[in-house]
Design a binder for this molecule. Structure first.
Ligand code: GTP
Ligand code: GTP
Ligand code: MG
Ligand code: MG
Lengths: 277, 294
C-alpha cells in the first residue's frame, strides 16, 4: 500500500502563518494548503521552498484575469463612481486617475458629491487643480444626487471625456447610506443612460477580513466593476483580495502606492503575489 | 457565535463530561479560528491559546462539575484581562496646557477624533485648543478648522506657520498666554507610514519639543495583521500612552485591538463609534473581548 506523502507538520504551520500574515484569512489559507497537499501527494517530496512556489502559482490562478486598467472607449463621457468605507483613499485616488487621463490630453471633470464630511469639497478641489481637471461642486450639505445630476448635465454640455464622482466614505453596514449610493447611481443613469459605466470600490490594503463583507455589500448594493487597492506602499500585503476572489468575480483594476499624484499603477497579479510572502 | 460553537463542541462529550486533552485541543482550534477571523495577529493568538491551555489542563477545569462552562469562562476571562484597562483614563494633570498628540496611519480617523476629544473634554469642563499639524494633506487644516467651528472650539491657524514642529511649538506658546484660559492642547498630526523614517522622525521631534502628556495612536478597527507592525513601530518611536480605536460601530471584529494591546502593553482609552463629533466612548474591555471572540 502506498502511503500518501504528507506535508511535514512544521512546514505546514510555517506556510499557514505566511498566508495568514498576508491577511489571506484562515479559511482561505486552509483551502490553499489543501490544494498544496494534493500536489504533494502526487509527487515524492516538497520542501518549504517548493511549496511556497506552488502556493504562489495557486494564488495567481485565483487572481488571473483580475488586472484590468481603466480605458476610455467610444462612449463619452466615461463616468466613474468611487465608493468605499471611510478613509480608504477615494478622494486621493480620484486625483491620481484624473492626472493620468488629463495628461493624455483628455477632458476630465471631478464631481464633489461628498457633501457631508468637513472640507471634503476643498480637498477634491485641490486635486482637480493639481490634475488639470474641471471641478463641479455645490454647497456643503447639499443633496449628493442633485450635485451629480447637475454635474452630468454640465459634463455633456462641455464635451467631457471622463467624469469621476467622489462619494462620502460610509460603512457598508449603514443601510440608509448604502441606499443613498443606490439613489446616486440611479440618478446618474437617468441623466446619462449607461452612466456610471464604472463603479470602483476602494479598499485599504491595511484592512483585514472586514474587506470581504465590504466588497460583498457594496457589490450587492451597486454592482462593482472594479476594485482599487490602496496603501500598498506600507507593510500590509492586501492578501484579503484572495479571500474576496472566492466570493466575487470583480477584477482588481488599480493599486495605490503612495500619497503623490503619480502613485497609481495598474494591478499586476504577478508582482502582487511575488510580494505576498 | 463562538460560545454556541464551543457549547456544541462540548456537548459531544459523552458520559462523565470530563475534558480530555484531545477535547481541549479541539476546542482551542475553534477559538483559534475565531480569533484569526477576527484579525488578531497569529502570534498573539498563539500566546493567548497557550495561556488558556495551561489553565484548562489545571485543576479548576479538570475538577469542575461543569468543565465545559469553566473552559468558556476561562477564555472570556483571559481575553478580558488582556484587553483590560488599568489607567485607561487620560492623565491631563500638571501645569496647563496638557498636551494630547494624535498619531497614526493615513485615514485612521485622527482629525475627526481630535475634534471628538475636544468635545468630550469640553463636557468635562476643559477648554481645548485644536492644533492642525498636518501640512501635507490637501485641506487638512481646513478640515480641523471646520470641525472646530462646529464645536465652538478654538483652532490654531497653522497656515504659513512653518513645519509641523514649528506649528506645535508656536501653538503651545499661544495657548500658554494667560488670556486664553486654555488648559488642553489637542494636536492633529498628518497620517504617515510607520516605515517612513523621515516622517516618524518628525513625530519624535514634535514629542521632544513640546512634551505631550498623552500620545495616542489612532488605529482603524478594521486593521488586519499589519497592526503588529504599525503599533510596534509607533510605540518604539514614541512610547505611546494609549490607543483610540475608530470605526467601531461597523462589523469589523476589531482583533487589532488585542494585537496592539498584547504587543505594546498600552491601554485602549477610547473607541470611535461614528462620524459625528459626539461618537466617542471610553473603551470597554468586556465588550471588546466578546466581540473579538465572536
Ligand atoms: N500611503 C498611502 N496613503 C494613501 C494612499 N491613498 C490615499 N492615501 C492617504 O490616505 C488618507 C485618506 O485619503 P482620502 O483620499 O481622504 O480617503 P477617502 O476614502 O476619500 O476618505 P473619506 O472621504 O473621508 O472616506 C490621506 O492621507 C491620503 O493621502 C496610498 O496609496 N498610500
Ligand atoms: N464610521 C466612522 N467613520 C469615522 C470614525 N472616525 C473617523 N471616521 C471617518 O474616517 C474618515 C477619515 O477620517 P480623518 O479624520 O480624515 O482621518 P485622518 O486619520 O485624519 O486621515 P489623514 O489625516 O489623512 O491621515 C472620515 O470619513 C471620517 O469621517 C468612526 O468612528 N466611525
Ligand atoms: Mg474622500
Ligand atoms: Mg487628518
Amino acid at each position: 500500500i502506498k502511503r500518501r506523502k504528507e506535508i511535514d507538520q512544521g512546514v505546514r504551520e510555517e506556510l499557514e502563518e505566511l498566508l495568514i500574515a498576508a491577511d489571506i484569512g484562515v479559511k482561505t489559507s486552509g483551502r490553499l494548503l489543501e490544494t498544496a497537499q494534493e500536489m504533494v501527494s502526487k509527487q515524492e517530496s516538497a520542501g518549504l521552498g517548493l511549496l511556497k512556489e506552488y502556493l504562489k502559482e495557486a494564488i495567481k490562478e485565483v487572481l488571473v484575469g483580475k488586472g484590468k486598467g481603466l480605458e476610455i472607449g467610444v462612449e463619452k463621457p466615461l463616468v466613474i463612481m468611487m465608493v468605499g468605507v471611510n478613509g480608504v483613499g477615494k478622494t486621493t485616488t480620484i486625483g491620481k486617475i484624473a492626472s493620468q487621463f488629463s495628461a493624455k490630453g483628455l477632458k476630465v471633470m471631478l464631481v464633489a458629491a461628498d457633501t457631508f464630511r468637513a472640507a471634503a469639497i476643498d480637498q477634491l478641489r485641490v486635486w482637480a487643480e493639481r490634475a488639470g481637471a474641471e471641478f463641479i461642486s455645490q454647497q456643503p450639505g447639499s443633496d449628493p444626487a442633485a450635485v451629480v445630476f447637475d454635474a452630468l448635465e454640465a459634463a455633456r454640455a462641455r464635451g467631457m471625456d471622463m467624469v469621476v464622482v467622489d462619494t462620502a466614505g460610509r460603512l457598508h453596514t449603514k443601510t440608509n447610506l448604502m441606499d443613498e449610493l443606490k439613489k446616486i447611481k440611479r440618478v446618474m443613469g437617468k441623466k446619462l443612460p449607461g452612466a456610471p459605466q464604472e463603479i470602483l470600490l476602494v479598499l485599504d490594503a491595511t484592512t483585514g477580513q472586514n474587506a470581504v463583507p465590504q466588497a460583498k455589500l457594496f457589490d450587492e448594493t451597486l454592482g462593482i466593476t472594479g476594485i482599487i487597492l490602496t496603501k500598498l506602499d506600507g507593510t500590509a500585503k492586501g492578501g484579503v483580495i484572495v479571500a474576496i476572489a472566492n466570493e466575487l468575480t470583480v477584477p482588481i483594476r488599480l493599486i495605490g502606492i503612495g500619497e503623490r499624484i503619480e502613485d497609481l499603477r495598474e494591478f499586476d497579479p504577478e508582482q502582487f503575489v511575488e510580494a505576498l510572502f | 457565535n463562538l460560545t454556541e460553537k464551543l457549547s456544541s463542541t462540548f456537548k459531544k462529550l459523552k458520559g462523565h463530561g470530563r475534558l480530555s486533552e484531545r477535547n481541549i485541543e479541539e476546542t482551542l482550534r475553534e477559538v483559534r479560528m475565531s480569533m484569526l477571523e477576527a484579525d488578531v495577529h497569529f502570534r498573539v493568538v498563539k500566546e493567548f491559546l497557550e495561556k488558556v491551555r495551561q489553565r484548562a489542563l489545571g485543576r479548576e477545569v479538570q475538577e469542575s462539575l461543569t468543565p465545559a462552562q469553566q473552559f468558556i469562562k476561562i477564555v472570556n476571562e483571559e481575553l478580558t484581562r488582556l484587553m483590560g484597562g488599568e489607567n485607561s483614563e487620560m492623565d491631563l494633570s500638571g501645569s496647563p496646557p496638557a498636551i494630547v498628540m494624535l498619531v497614526g496611519l493615513q485615514g485612521s480617523g485622527k482629525t475627526t477624533t481630535a475634534a471628538k476629544l475636544a468635545k468630550y473634554l469640553g463636557q468635562k469642563g476643559r477648554k481645548s485648543y485644536l492644533v492642525p499639524a498636518d501640512t501635507r494633506r490637501p485641506a487638512a487644516i481646513e478640515q480641523l478648522k471646520v470641525l472646530g467651528e462646529q464645536l465652538g472650539v478654538e483652532v490654531y491657524d497653522s497656515r504659513g506657520k512653518g513645519d509641523p514642529v514649528k506649528i506645535c511649538r508656536k501653538a503651545r506658546e499661544e495657548a500658554e498666554a494667560e488670556a486664553k484660559g486654555i488648559d488642553t492642547l489637542i494636536i492633529d498630526t498628518g497620517g504617515r507610514l510607520h516605515i517612513d523614517e523621515e516622517l516618524m522622525g518628525e513625530l519624535e521631534r514634535i514629542k521632544e519639543k513640546i512634551e505631550p502628556r498623552e500620545i495616542l495612536l489612532v488605529a482603524d478597527a478594521m486593521t488586519g495583521q499589519d497592526a503588529i507592525n504599525v503599533a510596534g513601530r509607533f510605540n518604539e518611536a514614541l512610547d505611546i500612552d494609549g490607543v483610540i480605536l475608530t470605526k467601531m460601530e461597523g462589523d469589523a471584529r476589531g482583533g487589532a485591538a488585542l494585537t496592539i494591546r498584547a504587543l505594546t502593553g498600552k491601554p485602549i482609552k477610547f473607541v470611535g463609534t461614528g462620524e459625528k463629533l459626539g461618537a466617542l466612548e471610553p473603551f470597554c474591555p468586556e465588550r471588546m473581548a466578546s466581540r473579538i471572540l465572536g
